[in-house]
Design a protein around this ligand. Structure first.
Ligand code: OOG
Ligand code: MG
Length: 261
């Protein structure tokens, strides 16, 4: 695909996100492969950077069976997090700024040092500054939240906002491979999982991120100070004005997001 067409599609998706208006998925009329999806994603992030937004980290998506089943795409994906996506714990999101928001519980990592491709999960974990309990707000820009693998990659993996809650030093966090995750909506438990749902152990996401960044176009790296969201451990919940979503992860703590008109 020409760079010109990549830029035009990136503009369409960027505008859809800014105006909170869905668009038909790209592959309806333009065949795209996954590589092209990553080129479109990089071009849409470049538009944000040109507006003064900056890259603060990365996300993996579709790293759990529950998430794959929910959206019908069965391969992990990678997206970019920018400064304006990051909200404080207990922040309020606005439904009007979204097309059809959903919220999902995640383990997040803040890096103390860069990760190079090929790094082992244990070595990558040694470069983690903090483990956070996080909630991600996702919001596909596509009609009916329906997409193919390449389409969702182009749409920066449905990313919209994220909240970083309680944090723990890696030495205190210990083994992250089997911690209970409880997601509540307005005080009612809606989903439970083990952190094992995420790739068998969310620390594997660190190594996978470094490898994926190396394989994908765009020249990005996992840098010191950046955040990594490891992917939803449960299916995402639909939210409406007035809702309060909270996640608690065993030993790691809580995070919360509120939803307004
Ligand atoms: C794609 C984004 C997936 C996750 O954590 O699995 C994701 C989607 O569900 O729309 O962020
Ligand atoms: Mg996610």
């Amino acid at each position: 695909m020409t760079n010109d067409l990549v830029d035009r599609i990136a503009e369409r998706l960027d505008t859809a996100a800014a105006e909170a208006k869905t668009v038909p998925m790209i592959s309806i009329d333009t065949p795209i492969d996954v590589e092209t999806g990553y080129r479109i994603q990089r071009a849409s992030i470049a538009r944000r950077e040109a507006r003064g937004d900056g890259i603060v980290g990365h996300k993996l998506g579709l790293t759990s069976r529950a998430k794959m089943e929910q959206v019908g795409v069965h391969e992990p994906i990678r997206g970019v997090l920018t400064r304006t996506m990051h909200l404080a714990d207990d922040a309020t999101i606005s439904v009007a700024e979204h097309c059809h928001p959903r919220v999902e519980p995640e383990v997040a990592f803040v890096l103390d040092a860069a990760l190079e491709p090929g790094i082992s999960p244990a070595d990558a974990m040694a470069r983690v500054r903090h483990v956070h309990v996080a909630l991600e707000v996702i919001d596909s820009r596509y009609e009916n939240f329906k997409f193919t693998l390449a389409d969702v990659v182009a749409d920066n993996c449905s990313s919209s906002r994220f909240v970083m809650g309680d944090r723990t030093a890696p030495a205190d966090a210990g083994d992250l491979s089997n911690l209970g995750v409880v997601l509540t909506l307005n005080g009612e438990v809606v989903h439970t999982a083990s952190t094992a749902a995420v790739l068998g152990d969310p620390t594997l996401a660190l190594a996978d991120l470094a490898t994926m960044l190396d394989h994908h176009p765009g020249g990005l790296r996992a840098e010191a100070g950046q955040v990594l969201l490891s992917g939803g451990a449960t299916a995402a919940v639909h939210v409406k004005p007035g809702d309060v979503v909270e996640v608690e992860i065993e030993r790691l703590g809580k995070a919360r997001v509120r939803v307004a008109e």
